[in-house]
Design a binder for this molecule. Structure first.
Ligand code: SF4
Length: 322
C-alpha cells in the first residue's frame, strides 16, 4: 500500500532581521516530509531552529522562503484563501512545552477544551458540547469532574493532557508537539508519550514531535531529523538514524542517550561536545558544525555541505560522505 505524504516542507527559510545589517537565519533551507499516520521527530539543541520550523509550518510566522504543502495544499503563501485557512486551523494543531503558558488561567477546563468546538461550530447544542468535552477528558486520562476546574489546580502532566484534549477537540489530522515533555518529570514523560502513541493509533494522527534530545523521540518516531544551527544535518528512518548515525553531531547526541544495559552502556563511548551552539546571526561560510567537530577538514571551513542521500532514504550533510 502506498503511503500518502501529509506534510511536505520544501527549502524552508525563516530569517529575522536584526538591526539594519544583520539577519538571524533561524531556519535555513530545511526540507523534509511526513507520511500520514507517522511521526517525524525533529531534534536539536536549543537554538537549532526546530521550534521555529514548527511555528513557521503552523503559520505563526510568514516564511522568508520555501514552501509548506499540507494535504496537497500550499499553505505557506501570505495570502491563503479563506477555505484553506479554515482547513489548516482545524486540521493542524499544536501542543506546547509549557501548557500553563498557553492555557488561559481565567477559563475553566470545559471552556478551554471547547474553544475549538465553538470556533468551528462543531456542536449543535450546549449538551453536545458538554458531552464532547467529557469524552475528550476521558480520552486523555482525566475525569468529567475536572471540567469545572481551572488550569492552576492541575499538575504539569495533567495540564499537558488538557492541552492534548484541546488539540484533539477539532479532530485534526496533524499535531505539532513542540517539546511537549521537556518540562515534565521523567516518569510523567513516558505517560504523555504513551498517550500520544495511543491517540495516534486510534485516530490515525500524524505528528511532528520536536525535542532537544533523542531519548524519548526514539519511542515515538518513525523518521528522525536532526537540526543544527538552522539546518537539517541528518534525516532518515528512525531505526537507521539510531543504529547507524552518520553525522558527527548525531553521533554525539546519541552517545548521550542513557542505555539501560550496563554492558552496552560501558562499551558506548560518550562523545562530549565542546562549547555551545554558535550564534545563527550571519553564520560564517563552511560547515556550521566545524567549530565543534573532531573530524573537521580544510574543506569544512570553505564549503557548507549539502544534504545528500547516502543510503536509501538516509540523508546527511557532511563532507565525510561524498
Ligand atoms: Fe565535521 Fe566537516 Fe562533516 Fe562538518 S562537514 S560535520 S566539520 S566533518
Amino acid at each position: 500500500m502506498s503511503r500518502k505524504i501529509l506534510l511536505e516542507v520544501k527549502n524552508l527559510k525563516q530569517y529575522f532581521p536584526l538591526g539594519r545589517k544583520s539577519v538571524v537565519k533561524a531556519v535555513d533551507d530545511v526540507s523534509f516530509h511526513i507520511y500520514e499516520g507517522e511521526t517525524f521527530g525533529l531534534v536539536g539543541e536549543s537554538g537549532s531552529g526546530k521550534s521555529t520550523t514548527g511555528r513557521t509550518i503552523i503559520r505563526l510566522y510568514d516564511p522568508t522562503g520555501g514552501e509548506v504543502i499540507f494535504d496537497d495544499k500550499v499553505i505557506s503563501n501570505k495570502k491563503l484563501p479563506k477555505d484553506d485557512k479554515v482547513y489548516v486551523n482545524k486540521h493542524m494543531q499544536m501542543i506546547f512545552q509549557d501548557p500553563m503558558a498557553c492555557l488561559n488561567p481565567r477559563m475553566t477546563v470545559m471552556d478551554i477544551i471547547a474553544e475549538g468546538l465553538d470556533i468551528h461550530g462543531l456542536c449543535k447544542s450546549k449538551e453536545e458540547r458538554t458531552q464532547r468535552v467529557y469524552e475528550l477528558l476521558r480520552t486523555v486520562g482525566l475525569h468529567e469532574q475536572h471540567a469545572n476546574r481551572y488550569p492552576h489546580e492541575f499538575s504539569g502532566g495533567q495540564r499537558q493532557r488538557i492541552g492534548i484534549a484541546r488539540a484533539l477537540a477539532v479532530e485534526p489530522k496533524f499535531i505539532i508537539a513542540d517539546e511537549p515533555i521537556s518540562a515534565l518529570d521523567v516518569s510523567i514523560q513516558a505517560q504523555v508519550v504513551n498517550l500520544l502513541r495511543k491517540l495516534q493509533k486510534e485516530n490515525g494522527l500524524t505528528y511532528l514531535f520536536i525535542a532537544h534530545d533523542l531519548s524519548m523521540v526514539k519511542h515515538i518516531s518513525t523518521h528522525i531529523g536532526v537540526m543544527y544551527l538552522g539546518q537539517m544535518v541528518e534525516k532518515g528512518p528512525a531505526d537507521d538514524v539510531y543504529m547507524n548515525p552518520k553525522h558527527p553531531y548525531t553521533k554525539a547526541l546519541l552517545s548521550a542517550v542513557p542505555i539501560p544495559d550496563p554492558k552496552v552502556a560501558k562499551a558506548n563511548k560518550r562523545i562530549v561536545l565542546e562549547g555551545d551552539i554558535p550564534s545563527p546571526i550571519d553564520p560564517p561560510p563552511g560547515c556550521r558544525f566545524k567549530g565543534r567537530c573532531k573530524d573537521a577538514m580544510k574543506v569544512c571551513s570553505e564549503i557548507n555541505p549539502e544534504i545528500k542521500e547516502v543510503e536509501p532514504e538516509h540523508f546527511v550533510a557532511c563532507h565525510l560522505y561524498k
